[in-house]
Design a protein around this ligand. Sequence first.
Ligand SMILES: [Zn+2]
Length: 278
Amino acid sequence: MDDKAKNDASQLNGTHSNGVTKKRQDYLEWPEYFMAVAFLSAQRSKDPSSQVGACIVNQENKIVGIGYNGMPNGCDDDLLPWSRSADDKLDTKYPYVCHAELNAIMNKNSADVKGCTMYVALFPCNECAKLIIQAGIKDVIYLSDKYHDAPEMTASRRLLNLAGITYKQFKPKQGRIVIDFNSINHPGLKTPNDGVADGVLQHSLFENQVQSFSGTQRTDSQPALSKRRQTKAHWPSSEMALLASGRLIKRLPLLIGFAAVKNDNMEYRVVIINFSLK
Ligand SMILES: [Zn+2]
């Protein structure tokens, strides 16, 4: 990049001062980064009703394990049930599915995870609390505590308290993080749709779509979804119109907490990590 372009870029980034290019100020801080990794990982989940991710970090801020909820290795997830409720518990997902915390611990790429911190989208259940304790993890940072009053969570808090493991709710500084695959072609430049007006519009569209989705397909009164979530989402009500560069690029299927826009070359361009778990 030539100097003019650098200056233009740094001015747009708000860092230009007296002709000296200063470091970028709006970089992602560690906690946001690790929680975003957990949320991105969750998008690998095939569970139609709940996508949870976990990210284990050591004391040097290095990621040593990532996981999301899914069926055990080698067990065909098209042959196992994904329902939340059924007359026979064996026809629900619960006896089979591995939680994100378990997978993150088992996927570790270090000798152990002693003294590490786990970032996880949902407060861990009691079974995961046991794993966290036995693995030697010392801190848990969670985002949502929506099942706070469930017995599993009460038992989990009891175990974590007794084991001296700290747990803290994560309050993101920003409600969402946008990954723009096109940004590498325009370093330092903010995309036009980062503007406040568009951002609000996008956010409100997103929230509305999430609400209408929850209302039409995810309420408990609806028949339980028994099939796994497909790689290509095809929930009709989950389509979301996303404006980029002030124009509608494409209506697209929305995965909860995740949106992908294909540009004119049919490349994925924007991923939105939305920290608001529904
Ligand atoms: Zn669990």
